[in-house]
Design a binder for this molecule. Structure first.
Ligand SMILES: Nc1nc2c(ncn2[C@@H]2O[C@H](COP(=O)(O)OP(=O)(O)OP(=O)(O)O)[C@@H](O)[C@H]2O)c(=O)[nH]1
Length: 344
């Protein structure tokens, strides 16, 4: 019988996928415009990222918008990521002279780390900051609204002010000011999660979709599941087959779906495998963290350096990429429009 250890010899060493995923509905373009308009009246930008994909959840477009504004980078969902990411991320952030905190939006103690930074800024100059205005930005589903609600709970003991949800794109417009502390007075503004109009690297797009940043019906779930399986086989200590209740690990997504569908009873009449239901179950299991705390980005120094060297963060979009981004955004807007008119 194959064990997790020896299956590593049988598994793929690379994953090739050429087609990227684009998701840039109209509310995101509008959100970006609103952010740009309001930025002047903001004292601090809290840029939220997903700790399971510390590199892939950086949105270069947000980087450009935020520019030189005072910024705190928040890596949220640390409860789903391995603790080692903190050291690697801190190393990078120190190089960039960038403040960073790590949070689990469900843990008051870690949320206080954001509050402490905001309070320090507010107290540093009470004349300049009679009330501190903080804008929370980031990709969809990274936990912006959850963080705002948690800060409000911690700071003023009040309940939910921002809508949250397991699907991306719950916040579709910029919120009004939300008070999270009386003294010094601190207000937050929630913003819609924004994607890049065009994600140049298909594997980055898969990682963002896997962690819930792109609507599932836009991504091809069988590709997401196949990439997830590829990654799970490369984490030597992860016994995903045991978690799923199947006999042994496999590197064949078809085989996994067949075994898993029987295990969870996802079968149609006549015993045919219900592929969609089984794919959803597999992806949902990963997102809920049952396979353990996993990071999908490689964070060794060489990989991180390569990421930043090749990243669009370091270079303006080429004419061709710019055209592609604009076309993708336009296609998405037309699609949304047609959908809203029930044409498709
Ligand atoms: N495990 C875990 N789940 C979290 C954390 N923060 C948020 N979530 C969950 O992640 C999902 C998305 O959270 P939201 O706060 O709606 O995310 P958002 O960034 O505002 O999403 P958009 O509306 O797409 O911009 C929800 O199901 C939250 O319960 C966290 O720190 N840990």
């Amino acid at each position: 019988m194959a064990t997790t250890k020896n299956i590593l010899n049988l598994t793929r060493t690379s994953f090739v996928h050429e087609k990227t995923i684009n998701w840039f509905p109209g509310h995101m373009a509008k959100g970006i415009k609103q952010m740009q308009d309001q930025l002047r009246s903001v004292d601090l930008v809290v840029e939220t990222r997903d700790a399971r994909i510390p590199l892939s959840s950086i949105n270069p477009q947000l980087e450009q918008i935020v520019g030189n504004k005072s910024r705190l980078v928040v890596y949220n969902k640390v409860d789903l990521a391995p603790p080692e990411i903190e050291q690697a991320v801190r190393r990078e952030m120190t190089k960039r002279n960038q403040r960073v905190v790590f949070t689990d939006a469900n843990a008051a103690n870690s949320i206080k780390r954001i509050m402490n930074v905001a309070v320090d800024i507010a107290k540093s100059d009470m004349v300049k900051y009679p009330e501190l205005s903080v804008m929370v930005v980031g990709m969809p589903n990274v936990g912006k609204s959850s963080i705002i609600n948690a800060l409000r709970r911690v700071g003023v003991g009040r309940g939910k002010a921002a809508s949250t949800g397991a699907k991306p794109g719950v916040t579709r417009a910029m919120s009004s000011k939300i008070k999270v502390l009386e003294s010094p007075p601190i207000y937050l503004v929630d913003t819609p999660g924004v994607m890049m109009p065009h994600i140049p690297d298909p594997i980055t797009a898969i990682k963002v979709a896997l962690t819930g940043g792109i609507k599932d019906n836009i991504a091809d779930e069988s590709i997401l599941a196949d990439y997830l399986l590829f990654r799970l086989n490369r984490f030597p200590l992860v016994e995903y087959h045991k978690v799923l209740g199947i006999k042994e690990p496999t590197d064949d997504i078809g085989e996994l779906i067949e075994h898993l569908s029987k295990k969870i009873g996802a079968l149609r009449q006549g015993g045919e495998v219900d592929v969609d239901k089984t794919l959803h179950y597999f992806l949902r299991s990963y997102r809920s963290g049952v396979f353990g705390r996993l990071c999908l980005d490689d964070l060794d120094e060489e990989s991180v350096d390569a990421f930043f060297k090749n990243s669009v963060l370091n270079r303006p979009l080429s004419k061709n990429q710019d055209k592609k981004a604009k076309r993708a955004a336009q296609r998405q807007r037309s699609l949304e429009k047609a959908k809203s008119k029930n044409l498709i």
